[in-house]
Structure formats: C-alpha cells, structure tokens
Design a binder for this molecule. Structure first.
Ligand code: NDP
Length: 244
C-alpha cells in the first residue's frame, strides 16, 4: 500500500462543498497538488486557504464543454501535468416521474452524466500521458434504482456504464478507472431537491441513521488513488452501517 501522492496533480470537479471539497483537501493532505473546480468561487477560495498544499481554484461549470476544457487546460498549464481526475460534480433533484418538471431531468443529465463525460474527454490525453487515474463518483443509486429517484439513478447507472467502457479502452495503457458508490453522505445534496415531500423524506432518512461524512468518501478516494500503479481499485461501494 502506498498513499504518498507527492508529485501528483489532481483535478476535482464539484469541489466547493461536500464530497468534492473533502476529497480536494484529502488529496492535498496526501501530498498532491490540486485544482478544485466549481461555480461558487467564494467557497473555492475558502478551500484553498484550508488546504495543506497548493490548491488552485477554478471556475467550472461541467455542463459547459468549453468551461470543462478550459479547466483541464488551466490545470495542466499551471501544474504541468494531470494525474488524477475526480469526476464528482453532481445534483440530485429527486421526485416522481409522473408530472415531473423535466428541466430538472435536463439539469441532472447535463451535470451528472454529460458533465462527467466531458471531463473525461478533455482530461484523457493528459491521463494517458501520465498513466493517471479517473475517479467517477457514482452512487448506490447507480446500482439499485428506487421510486422517486428514476432520473438520478439513470445518470448514475450511466456514469458506471461509461466508466466500464472507459476502463476497457485505457487500462492496458496504464490508466486506472475507479467507480466510487457512496450511500447516504451528510452534504448539501438533498437541499436542492425541489419536491418538498421528497426533500423532507430525505432529511428524515438522514436523521434516522449515522450517515457517512464527506471525509469518509475522501479517504476511500485517497486509498484508491494511492495504490501502486499495478493495482486498480475499480469499484468501491460505501454505505453507512445503518443504511439498509
Ligand atoms: P454537494 O451538493 O455538497 O456538492 C455538489 C458539488 O457539485 C458542489 O461542489 C457543486 O458546486 C457542484 N456542482 C453542481 N453543479 C455543477 C456544475 N454545473 N458545474 C460544476 N460543479 C457543479 O453534494 P455531494 O458532495 O453530496 O455530491 C457530490 C457527488 O456525490 C455528486 O455527484 C453526488 O451525486 C454524489 N453522491 C452523493 C451522495 C450523498 O448522499 N451526499 C451519495 C452518493 C453519491 P457549485 O454549486 O459551486 O458549482
């Protein structure tokens, strides 16, 4: 086992809160130089102040291909290389399919699925050069669908499917693909659900258990990324012990 990330450069999407922020800090604490992308610049600036090593805040909207390409270019321009892409940006706008506001479906597909694909597309030449690692933050909802989570699940099943194709295309060229599937993590994620009943139900679910903390997932990412080059941790399913 080798968790020394010294010399490695990581780009974390959706790094302004929750799992992405914790992962950016953990990678930095492990010795990596980190580019942290999201739309809320004030949060990223605060994160840079907390990081152990150099943390480069980047304006990033993953739904905008140009923005994604610019963030990858800025990372490589600043640090000279890219070893790790953590594809974490995401939204969960849960609710029933019947009568849904389909603009929320567009937002989820564009952010969770297309956004992560754009990031892989832009980063891949650099990751092939460095024999780097792609970490795809999927979800337990990428393995098991449930009522009220249809479109979110569709995006996360999609993330996992895309990751497996990517793995088969690049693994013999030294690029590792890791899918991380968290259960309930205490973050801002459920605060964006617009359906009041669904949002309340999600909050109650969280209050009824010892949820995971963002740092729990960050540790798992550092574990996977820090393995020696011949070891590919392809999938990590991490649930709260209390979650059925
Ligand atoms: P948060 O809401 O705390 O974080 C979401 C992050 O995504 C924010 O940094 C946000 O930044 C960013 N983001 C959203 N839209 C965009 C965009 N268009 N462009 C760039 N960044 C964007 O939630 P989590 O930390 O929980 O979520 C992180 C990931 O973990 C998501 O993919 C989520 O699906 C996944 N996940 C979460 C679970 C949980 O229980 N919390 C369980 C399983 C998976 P900003 O708004 O500043 O752009």
């Amino acid at each position: 086992m080798n968790h020394d990330l010294a010399g490695k450069v990581a780009l974390v999407t959706g790094a302004s809160s929750g799992i992405g922020a914790a992962t950016a800090l953990a990678l930095s604490a492990g010795g990596a130089r980190v580019a942290a992308g999201a739309r809320r610049a004030d949060r990223l600036k605060a994160l840079a102040d907390q990081a152990r090593g150099e943390l480069l805040p980047l304006d990033l909207d993953v739904t905008d291909q140009e923005s994604v390409r610019a963030a990858v270019a800025a990372t490589v321009g600043h640090f000279g290389r890219l070893d790790v892409l953590v594809n974490n940006a995401g939204v969960m706008l849960s609710g029933p399919i019947e009568g849904a506001d389909t603009s929320e479906w567009v937002r989820m597909v564009e952010t969770n699925l297309l956004g992560s694909m754009y990031a892989v597309h832009a980063a891949l030449p650099h990751l092939l050069a460095s024999k780097g690692t792609v970490v795809q933050v999927s979800s337990t909802s990428g393995r098991i669908a449930s009522a009220g989570g249809g479109v979110y699940s569709a995006t996360k099943f999609g993330v996992t499917g895309f990751a497996e194709s990517l793995r088969q295309e690049v693994t013999t060229r030294g690029v590792r693909v890791v899918v991380v599937e968290p259960g309930f993590v205490a973050t801002e994620l459920i605060g964006h659900i617009t359906d009041p009943a669904r949002r309340a139900a999600a909050r109650e679910m969280g209050e009824a258990m010892r949820t995971l903390q963002p740092e729990d997932i960050a540790e798992a990412v550092v574990y996977a990324v820090g393995q020696p080059p011949h070891v590919a941790v392809n999938e990590l399913l991490i649930r709260p012990t209390d979650q059925t």
